[in-house]
Design a binder for this molecule. Sequence first.
Ligand SMILES: *Cc1c(COP(=O)(O)O)cnc(C)c1O
Length: 475
Amino acid sequence: MTPGPELQEALARASDWALRYFEDARAYPVLSQVEPGSIRQALPGAPPEEGEPLGALLDDFERLVLPGVTHWNHPRFFAYFGTSSSGPGVLAELLIAALNVNGMLWRTSPAATEVEEVASDWLRQAIGLPEDFSGVINDTASTSTLYALVAAREAAGLDARRGGVDGRRLRYYASAEAHSSVEKAGLVMGTGSAGCVRIPVDAQFRMRPGELAAAIARDRAAGFTPFAVVPTVGTTSTTSIDPVPEIAEIARREGLWLHVDAAYGGAAAILPSHRHVLAGCEQADSLVVNPHKWLFTPLDCSVLYCRREDVLRRAFSIVPDYLSNPEGDSVRNLMDYGTSLGRRFRGLKLWFVLRAFGLERARQVLAAHIEMAQRLKDWIEADPDFEVLAPVPFSTVVFRHRAGDEANRSIEEAVNGSGVALISHTSVGGAYVLRMAIGNLRTTEADVRAAWDAVRAAAAQLKVSSQTSSSNPTS
Ligand SMILES: *Cc1c(COP(=O)(O)O)cnc(C)c1O
């Protein structure tokens, strides 16, 4: 298809749509209301023989696809982690797709490599990591953590790269609250999930350093080879912060690689008031932070910072003849820092976002999210039927109705079924509890209030129905 007036018209229509969407996303139910299979059923089962006009595609996008969308970019999306796309991010995505460069080697697009270097270095400065950390951008934190652990294994001097290893002899450590991706890395690396030793947490859901030291000693005595520790800054369930300074000291003493999972919490360090969340991280070997989570960059954009980039490269670099290049060591060839050869020009969107917002505006938005979370915490604490279950160091609040698991399940279902807001749940001390994470650029305090009102309305409904059923046992 040759570009021309049709494409021009379709692009204009799509950009109008996106602009309106940013303004009006509140008009949509947050959670898609469709039944399983209904989207598939509405679409033809086979591709067309004849190409179709772009206008028809956009019609079907609006008519058939949109009803099946859960609106992550909705200001009342409070489930999992609130995220946002943004104007500068969308603009960059358009240009990235148009260029379609593959930044596998420096020479296959010098700008893809160098803009990525600059953008990740800007973010490094903004969160206060030392200069000797260099960044590479991966798709997700799950990938970044896997790569960091493979580097850690390489650093352990086990001849893993050439000879392979019996993963069953290896051990790495994360808290009981660490993200599933940390354990999943073990499935890929052959340590199995048993290789990811879960360290108990304290009453505030933080890894207990004493337990870590004891587990390492136990494993060494039993003939295992410890090789890494993965503390979290902002755990997924309660956003707790592991005591990185103490853990770093143990890692140093034991000669273990220190990888910090700051996928969500790391962004908060752009605020002077929250710099301390990365305390101790200057001693890390690697750290991951996701601009696609809390820094207005469209999925996907995860920065892996590494202080021992040579080890990461040693773990992954294979240069076949058809990829050899005359630049040699004078440039970074990003294919050398992970398993994927091809890579998108993700640096452009991080660069656009950081430039268009500026740190000052980004700090304002994050500070407002943190402030809204404190408001929400106050409202919950003022209601005797509810309780807050964990400290709120970032913008996520974990709470429950005191009536128990069933009540909390019903409240979640009622709120989400209403379409007013989307909240999610987690488990704290074995209990089913509710969770609201504030992270969308357009979220206002009124949105948070609307979600909290929906929670209370669902709770009130619960009381009414339990009273009706107890006063009328035959119904
Ligand atoms: C979200 C999150 C992840 C996973 O991020 P992906 O980019 O989706 O892989 C890992 N760790 C923490 C702490 C997270 O919050």
